[in-house]
Design a protein around this ligand. Structure first.
Ligand code: G
Ligand code: G
Ligand code: MN
Ligand code: NA
Length: 254
């Protein structure tokens, strides 16, 4: 309860901000987009992880406001980057299941796109695999409606749940994100790369893009590339950074 009040206050006092982690094409090593990630820095300089405060925001309902704010912030950042010439750049935004199930989610999404003038085809929403497995019929309908806005969908933390091939086929998704845990395992034992391999193969069979998360070293990048993974995100390429730093990073890189 204390953290709930602290979070509400923090949101009101602008202690929350959005950082962006670049996503890159493994072949060209060029940026293709970024994932928006929420951060909370308290006045004494300490960072509180979203792993800790997102569940509280969900529980208290604050996630509705907070999630809308993240989406709008990311949309505005995308528009700014486009004005600076980065016109082929995608923006991914994490969506909590509490947000997604809220009756006004679609209206909120349409309004955010409209107000910010962000092009929907350059916006992606990330939902988690665990969330994708609950209430399939509702989810299938929601995803279809999201797709009508032009926004695309990624399944985050993929490989940690147990989605079946037939179920995945029924979902209107565009991208699978290989969970960091499986990228870490890739350089371990001989069997360490089997889940990453499976997801890459699945993506190929279903015609979905695949992105590997949490790529921290060159060996992992090389193995992923050899396995046919087209995209990656991780500390090897860039850490999550502020909007100003991202613009600088992209302009330097271009
Ligand atoms: O950025 P970091 O690795 O600390 O994020 C930890 C977790 O918090 C990740 O699972 C990430 O998806 C989640 N997260 C970060 N930002 C957001 C956000 O804006 N909304 C939601 N729902 N989850 C977020
Ligand atoms: O669950 P989700 O994929 O949204 O979480 C993304 C989180 O992973 C972010 O909080 C980000 O800070 C973190 N992250 C991104 N790249 C790396 C990496 O290379 N290594 C580690 N350990 N964490 C990473
Ligand atoms: Mn994510
Ligand atoms: Na993830």
């Amino acid at each position: 309860v204390r953290m709930m009040h602290a979070l509400r206050t923090a949101f009101g006092q602008n202690q929350l901000f959005v950082v962006y982690q670049p996503q890159i094409d493994l072949t060209t090593r060029r940026p293709v987009g970024a994932e928006a990630l929420l951060r909370w820095q308290t006045p004494d300089g300490k960072f509180i992880s979203p792993d800790r405060f997102i569940p509280i925001a969900e529980y208290s309902g604050l996630i509705i406001e907070l999630g809308e704010w993240v989406l709008r912030t990311a949309c505005r950042e995308l528009v700014l980057l486009r004005e600076q010439g980065h016109r082929d750049f995608m923006m991914s935004v994490n969506v909590s299941q509490v947000q997604f199930r809220h009756p006004h989610f679609l209206d909120m999404l349409r309004q955010a796109l409209d107000d910010t003038q962000a092009p929907p085809e350059y916006i992606e929403l990330e939902i988690t695999e665990s969330m994708a497995m609950e209430e399939p019929d509702l989810l299938i309908k929601m995803l279809w409606q999201v797709k009508q806005t032009g926004v695309s969908i990624a399944i985050d933390d993929f490989g940690t749940g147990f989605s079946s091939l037939s179920y995945l086929q029924r979902l209107q998704v565009d991208r699978l994100k290989i969970d960091r845990a499986f990228v870490t395992e890739i350089t371990g034992s001989a069997r360490g790369s089997s889940i990453a391999e499976m997801v890459i193969q699945l993506g190929r069979n279903l015609g979905l893009a695949v992105i590997a998360e949490g790529v921290e070293d060159e060996r992992q990048a090389q193995i992923l590339q050899a396995l046919g993974c087209p995209l990656a995100q991780g500390f090897l390429f860039a850490r999550p950074m502020t909007a100003a730093a991202l613009a600088g990073w992209l302009n330097n890189d271009a």
